[in-house]
Design a protein around this ligand. Sequence first.
Ligand SMILES: [Zn+2]
Ligand SMILES: [Zn+2]
Length: 472
Amino acid sequence: MDKTLCQYHPTQPATWQCSPCQRHFGDCCIPLNADAPDDAPACPLCRSPLTFLGAANTAQPFWERLPQFFAYALQTGPLAFAALLALASLFMPRSLILWVALLSVATKYFHSVIEASSEGRREAPSLMEAFTGEGFSLFFKQMAVFLVALGALWLAADFDSEVVFWGMNIAIVLLLPASIIRLALSRELGAALSPDQVGEVIRAMGWRYLILCAFLFILWQSPGYVAWMLASGLPKVVLMPVATFLFGYFGVVMCSMMGYAVFQYQGALGFAIAEEGAQVGLPEQEWRRRRALADAEIRLKEGQSDGALETLAKALQRDPEDLRLNERYHQLLFGLGARERCLQHLTHYLPLVARQNPALAATALLNARQLQGDYLPDDALVCEQVATALLERHRVREALSLLRNLHQRFPDYPHIPRAYLLAARGFAEGLGQLDPARKLLAYIRARHPASPLLDQVAALEETLGRLEGVRR
Ligand SMILES: [Zn+2]
Ligand SMILES: [Zn+2]
């Protein structure tokens, strides 16, 4: 099964689907609201509720996670479980009922590991889960499955043909994991023996099911081999609990792998579970902004530029001061060449962006000038702030045009000396024009003799004098 990707971001795995629109969306396109976590998100295009795909496209393949399965079985729950088996093998009396009870507890624990892993949980079930709740009948169902397998093998042995016998052996090795997974998920003997339902598990994984079987086969042999290697050195009284402990440990490793394989192929198996911690909701305000931005981007990529503008305009009605939304709206209007609307929006956007991000304001002004060659903001402070940012970008002429005749355009503006000092620097340092610079400084001295900036005026005059000396 190939991974499905976000329709609009081909590097992002899909996590949501809209059936009417036949579109897949990644988390990139569908931000979640932390204040309303139970609300199913709506399709950005048609507003019908989206279908969650869970981790079907995001889960790491099980063959890349082998160390994690061994680590999984080293948690307290599995270790306590393996220790319990080891102790029982040492001290438990030889009573059939007690052994059946122990094996049913073990079966229940193994199945709860498969179940927990299939739901993407990283924490192993505690030992208590082996003793509490329902599911003890699982042991008998599991035994029934094993008996059916043994019966099939016995029948095959009757044929007196090596080929038939080994064929049956291989078939059982290949079918058993899928059957165990089925039983763990549905807890029904019928499902575990139904060729259809077992086949569904195998079909969902495709040929990679063979990888799973190979790993499980190796793991199944492992405790035996380890015990065999230890056999020569250890007395039987020690060997028995060690072998039982290893059986418990490797059993949990195998079950966590089977469970995770189900988690990984959840999409094909027809259910959807998110990975722990994968879904993070955003605070309401941030969520509204991100959704508007994502929706606008999707509409734009669908070729619905009017829809994109509408989305942003609506979001701006709610949050008129949101810089990010305003910036995107401006970019979109400018990019689409919507001249009138863009100029109209600039009267609101430019003061806002000049306050919060002057560099961005400089870009907006240069855009405005492309739409209207003599564009001037109708606020003196905005002119001054944007001029400062433009000077930093060495756009001297554009900066100076914002400051030209400022005292006539805004007679009440209290920061004329500061603005003209800036303009004088622009002329002198940016354009190398000393005369206009000196005139501006003279204007400050004449009209604002009490200005606290006179020190800086004097310093700049001195620099101008020195520059002139160098030129002569
Ligand atoms: Zn996306
Ligand atoms: Zn839709």
